[in-house]
Design a protein around this ligand. Structure first.
Ligand code: ADP
Ligand code: MG
Length: 328
């Protein structure tokens, strides 16, 4: 998950390099190369390794930190528990894997007491049960620091294997589930991982590439494009903007005022699916609308690298991983 780049202060006056999560992860990529049974290593939403000819295990870990991913209050321990399990389930959904078991690690502040801890665990359990996942172990620590919770999940690939970030093709249609933007007004504490939707789509259609939207639509689309060595055009008038994105303007919580479209393009924590498939499969999906939530055709994969926004008046805005350089 994204954390802002920060500079560490050390006591020995040595000026450290600025920290960037993504360049650090990039530097780790070769670490897993020696693992022969590994099919997907560092760089996707989860890793996958073959334990038997017909069995591909999929695993992911994500940690949430008080003050970064949530604040207590307003977040209740139940909500934090549901969220940390939900974001991990969302990463398995991004691979179209079936979640099965989890282990959890908790560092809880002494001042929160025992009922807080029980509620936190109950939140994780409730969310896990909804998706047929069992918590089979963990680690609990009490300290004077803030609340930190980490969940590791394991699941299995279906017969069709997993869906990676790296298999988008030129001409693919880009889709997302649900609506996007404004998650800070509610969804970020009420995560609904799209596990069932991902498994259903994977079974009925030939998905090419997939990711869950945790860092924002543009940021996560760039992950697919970079892994697939492709570019994309997004249609601004097709982006499904969440009601919450329209409410952001009035919210006292938000200092920087942006248009609802910009919220939909860049806000994190939507936990919707972003995926690509051939235009033929895309047309079929669009016509069938087989889910309880909308699936929307928002763009097209191009051979030419880079990403641009196509406006209804025919103009285009180039996008960068960070967002956009020109106003629109
Ligand atoms: P997501 O936002 O989907 O949770 P991340 O950005 O957290 O994904 O991680 C991207 C990739 O980097 C994943 O494959 C993850 O397993 C890997 N990764 C992140 N941190 C480390 C680390 N310290 N050591 C090894 N792999 C890591
Ligand atoms: Mg992810």
């Amino acid at each position: 998950m994204r954390i802002d780049a920060q500079q560490h202060q050390t006591k020995n006056n040595h000026m450290p390099q600025p920290l960037n999560e993504f360049s650090f992860i990039e530097s780790l990529r070769n670490c897993s190369a020696s693992c022969k049974s590994l099919e997907i290593g560092i760089g996707d939403d989860a890793a996958a390794w073959r334990v038997a000819e017909d069995s591909l295990l999929v695993t992911t870990v994500d940690m949430l930190m008080e003050g970064v991913h949530f604040t207590v209050p307003p977040a209740t321990p139940l909500q934090v528990g549901r969220k940390v399990m939900g974001v991990n389930l969302s990463d398995l959904a991004a691979m179209a894997a079936r979640p099965q078991i989890g282990v959890v690690s908790i560092a809880t502040p002494r001042k929160y007491g025992s009922s807080f801890l029980q509620e936190l665990q109950a939140g994780m359990q409730q969310q896990a049960e909804k998706f047929s996942t069992t918590i089979i172990g963990g680690d609990t620590n009490i300290w004077e620091g803030p609340l930190v919770v980490s969940v590791t999940l394991m699941g299995t690939a279906t017969k069709k294997g997993v869906v990676k970030r790296s298999d988008a093709n030129k001409g693919d249609w880009i889709f997302c589930t649900g609506t996007l933007g404004g998650s800070i007004l509610g969804k970020h504490l009420d995560v609904t991982p799209r596990v069932r939707e991902a498994l259903f789509l994977h079974e009925k259609y030939q998905l090419h590439a997939m990711i869950d939207i945790s860092d924002g639509l543009i940021g996560d689309l760039f992950h697919i494009l970079e892994e697939s060595n492709k570019g994309a055009t997004l249609f601004t008038d097709k982006i499904p903007i969440a009601e919450a994105a329209f409410l952001m303007k009035e919210s006292q919580l938000i200092k920087e005022k942006k248009s609802p479209l910009k919220h939909a393009l860049s806000d994190g924590e939507d936990f919707e699916l972003l995926f690509t498939l051939s235009s033929q499969q895309g047309e079929k999906l669009l016509a069938e609308q087989p889910l309880d939530i909308p699936v929307t055709h928002i763009g097209i994969v191009t051979e030419e690298q880079g990403c641009k926004l196509h406006h209804p008046n025919g103009t285009q805005t180039p996008l960068t991983k960070q967002g956009w350089e020109h106003s629109f």
